[in-house]
Design a protein around this ligand. Sequence first.
Ligand code: 8YV
Length: 324
Amino acid sequence: MRKKVVVFSQIDAEILSKLEQDYQVVQVSPKLGDVNQQLLEHVQDADGMIGAGRLLNQSNLHTATKLKVISSVSVGYDNYDVDYLTQQKISLCHTPHVLTETTADLAFTLLMSAARQVPYLDRWTKQGQWKRTVGAAQFGQDIYGKTIGIVGLGHIGAAIARRAFHGFNMNVVYHNRREKMEVAKAFNAEYLSLDELLQQSDFVVLAVDLNADSKALIGQRELDLMQSHAILVNISRGSVIDEQALIQTLQAGKIFAAALDVYDKEPLQESPLFELDNVVTLPHIGSATAATRRQMANLAYKNLVDALEGRRPQYVVNPACYTS
Ligand code: 8YV
């Protein structure tokens, strides 16, 4: 009897085809109706799951009596109830490292786009607004030699620091739950409290995991500490920022700009952010290059198959599942 795998989001076609060679594969899809209802039905006799970007917890997994592994095609895992999965002895795997450089590139893309008002000035030029030499309204902010404050000096945060230090001769400061002396030394990076970082940085880049400590980490009080020429970049998760407070801050012009790849609710639809010229809005494309998404899919496939075939996967979020 072939083991059963439930695919709970779009995955790489080649990986899907490989899975179908060895396993019974069932795909859930919003096109087929309520996804949670589909999950409750299909996970009942499922051995494994693979996908990304969907909230999975007891409410849509409580019928999963045989499930051994969920393999997420993502590095973040805030959309899974890890405690519940561990209680149920369901291992959760993810895909760190393969997306680090691609995501750090995107962070700098956002930083530079906001600093020089690229999206706004692209629209402005194409609308025929460029009638004479540009003026103050079209001026941007310098990047080279300025101060970048990185909140979350994990692998992606360190890759951003590397770009800032070596590529733009920037002064790097950081905030983290604990000091990362070894990493920081490479970039001459100074550890600051969050308040000090917000007060001193020309660019604030959020690169934290979403957890109980980082949810709503940046609220109105924190935004009010930022300098009026400062730029806020978010490549972590939307709910690290109080989005309403950010919208009000941008509407009041209290910071120069924001540059966002993630949002409280995704996909971002009908938001006041759409009316603002001082915010760059991208559709969660941090890891979205063909090569990187292929690497993520391959790694997620390997994690899944290892778990289904009785081997311990390489990247397990909840290793307690593998202790007796
Ligand atoms: C994922 C991401 O591709 O890896 C993550 O945590 O945020 C992205 O790279 C995205 O979450 C998939 O929905």
